[in-house]
Design a protein around this ligand. Structure first.
Ligand code: ATP
Length: 517
């Protein structure tokens, strides 16, 4: 099945099973804004807890805060967002659709890359065991031609971004004959800059209201609290401040479901270090964060680092953790060495010293910062798109059955255990409730007595519940139940008092933490 079809099915699945709804759906929706539903919010909370605990519980020198969304407007002047938080946009005159010029060019390079991948896959199939990928890439004329195209576009693209040369961005689009996916024409406007911040008014106009912004990143809330946290927490450099919270960007192109939203959530951590030591910490956090991703057990080859083509105005090193979504490799997380830019700017704009006295060096300085910044929603999309599986199952009578199963890491699954009485009578429901009452303080449990057991299993598979137990007449006699495992669909008879231990081992975040480097 084509990857776009899989993605469409995933979006439909998210709605059907209560993970994600379009915002304001009864009013035909609000573009690029989404609501998390009863299952989605559980999965999202589990992702946030996995991140938060891995930062704050597992690192003695990382503490958390929760700063307000509204902040003093000068903060955004100091941070550079008022003047430079722009995307280059371009319109197609026929379809009247608006695009990000940089994204159009990146998509073109991704197309060449996809052609190379196709050639490699074909050759791999043909040559089997003896296939040497590196040699093939170096010698195959079609691969080499596409590689050269990528390099040529990339070189011009980086130079244009570096010089902020909007005319050249347009020229790259024209020279490469990039067409609008809607109208199919190459009738483009000039490229213009567009500021992504939402603004609103605070206070009544009569009193003289002031323009304030909805924060486009959570990081500034950490920077402006740096001194407060350092002093009250008696923090010694190196140390970090973590935060999870909403951010808002007036994205020009809002496509691909929850990948690019106008209201989204970030998990950010700013790590304050001695000037000159930032590269060491940049490497350290790259490794730590990649290990956090990989502990979830998804295929290794779906992850890669991608160094930025253009460094932001504040950075001296930056890389993205990219994941292979159904629509290709895309950024999930950014790791940036932000130098002392933000703290120095705030120091200048607020007129107060923002420094650290380092007792070992016996001097004061503005700390350098390494930041890790990941979108909760993109992480959610990564997890659910990787977990979504359509399977064909051979039944005993030779017929083929199908199931859709979310193979979620058990620690992230919204529901951990479904308890099902075989029938609605003979005290079986009471026995099932007894099990839930015992386990509900530790695990999110669901009771289900409707329809056949087979149908109930399918419903739980569709929301990714790792364990189902069935209570039958034997359970009343010997306190045992049948436990069924989601991925293997195997079943076994176990004592009810073993359930806690079986679940705890599989669904606890601790199991993921043990895998972290
Ligand atoms: P992109 O290049 O995709 O616009 P970015 O480089 O601007 O992303 P950052 O400013 O580094 O993103 O933000 C850190 C993280 O926040 C991203 O890696 C992503 O996971 C998340 N994020 C940023 N913008 C959005 C958005 N519009 N919707 C959902 N998540 C987002």
């Amino acid at each position: 099945m084509a990857q776009e079809d899989v993605f469409k099915k995933l979006v439909a699945h998210c709605k059907e099973y209560g993970f994600v709804f379009q915002s304001s759906e009864i009013y035909d929706g609000l573009s690029a804004v989404y609501d998390y539903a009863q299952m989605g919010v559980e999965l999202k909370n589990n992702i946030k807890k996995y991140w938060w605990d891995s930062m704050v519980l597992l690192h003695e020198n990382v503490v958390g805060i929760d700063s307000a969304i509204f902040m003093h407007p000068t903060i955004w002047k100091a941070s550079g967002h008022v003047d430079a938080f722009n995307d280059p946009l371009i319109d197609n005159k026929d379809s009247k659709k608006r695009y990000r010029a940089d994204v159009l060019i990146e998509d073109l390079m991704a197309k060449f890359e996809a052609k190379i991948d196709k050639e490699i896959a074909k050759a791999k199939k043909k040559f089997g065991e003896s296939f040497d990928e590196e040699q093939f890439k170096a010698t195959n004329p079609r691969v080499k031609a596409n590689q050269e195209k990528i390099e040529a576009v990339h070189k011009r693209f980086v130079a244009a971004l570096d010089k902020n040369d909007l005319e050249e961005l347009k020229q790259i689009i024209i020279d490469n004959e990039i067409a609008c996916p809607i109208s199919g024409t190459k009738n483009w406007t000039d490229v213009r800059q567009f500021n992504l911040m939402f603004s609103t008014e605070m206070g009544s106009t009569a009193d003289g209201s002031s323009k304030i912004y909805l924060r486009p990143e959570t990081a500034q809330g950490i920077f402006v609290n740096y001194l407060n946290v350092q002093k009250t927490g008696r923090m010694k450099i190196p140390f970090g401040i973590a935060q999870i919270g909403k951010a808002f960007r007036n994205e020009i192109v809002a496509r691909q479901f929850i990948f690019r939203m106008r209201e989204f959530e970030q998990m950010e951590m700013q790590f304050f270090v001695r000037p000159g030591e930032e590269m060491k910490w940049f490497e350290k956090w790259k490794e730590t964060r990649m290990s956090w991703h990989k502990a979830l057990g998804f295929p290794e080859e779906k992850y890669r680092f991608h160094d930025h083509d253009k460094l932001a105005h504040y950075a001296n090193a930056a890389t993205d953790v990219e994941f292979k979504f159904p629509f290709g490799f895309k950024e999930v997380e950014g790791i940036h060495s932000r130098t002392d830019f933000d703290l120095s700017q705030h120091q200048e704009y607020c007129g107060k010293k923002i420094q650290y006295f380092d007792p070992e060096l016996n001097k004061s300085y503005v700390p350098y910062v390494v930041e890790t910044s990941i979108g909760v929603d993109r992480m959610f999309l990564q997890v659910i798109s990787e977990a979504y599986t359509e399977e064909k199952i051979e039944k005993e009578d030779g017929k083929v059955d199908e199931r859709v199963v979310l193979k979620l890491p058990a620690a992230l699954a919204p529901v951990k255990l479904a308890v099902m009485p075989l029938t609605k009578k003979d005290s079986l429901p009471e026995k099932a409730r007894e099990i839930i009452n015992d386990l509900k303080f530790d695990f999110n449990c669901q009771y289900d007595e409707k329809d056949s057991i087979g149908k109930r299993y399918r419903r739980q598979d569709a929301i990714g519940t790792p364990f189902c137990v069935t209570v039958d007449h034997q359970s009343l006699e010997d306190n045992t139940v049948t436990i069924r495992y989601r991925d293997t669909m195997e079943q076994e008879r176990v004592a009810i008092d073993q359930l806690y231990t079986i679940l705890k081992k599989e669904v606890s975040l601790k199991e993921l933490f043990k895998k972290l480097k």
